[in-house]
Design a protein around this ligand. Structure first.
Ligand SMILES: [Zn+2]
Length: 47
């Protein structure tokens, strides 16, 4: 089951996709999840 990650969390290094538009966001170890660059959605799933 998918675990959702939200804007402002630090989920760790990896690829995440916006649950609204599917845009890919790549984060490093210490990066905070930004809002989706396309639709400003704040919910993501780990790829
Ligand atoms: Zn989006």
């Amino acid at each position: 089951m998918a675990k959702f990650i939200h804007t402002g969390e630090k989920p760790g290094k990896g690829n995440y996709s916006c649950t609204n538009c599917g845009t890919n966001v790549n984060l490093g170890e210490q990066d905070k999840m930004p809002p989706c660059p396309k639709c400003t959605n704040t919910s993501f799933s780990r790829e």
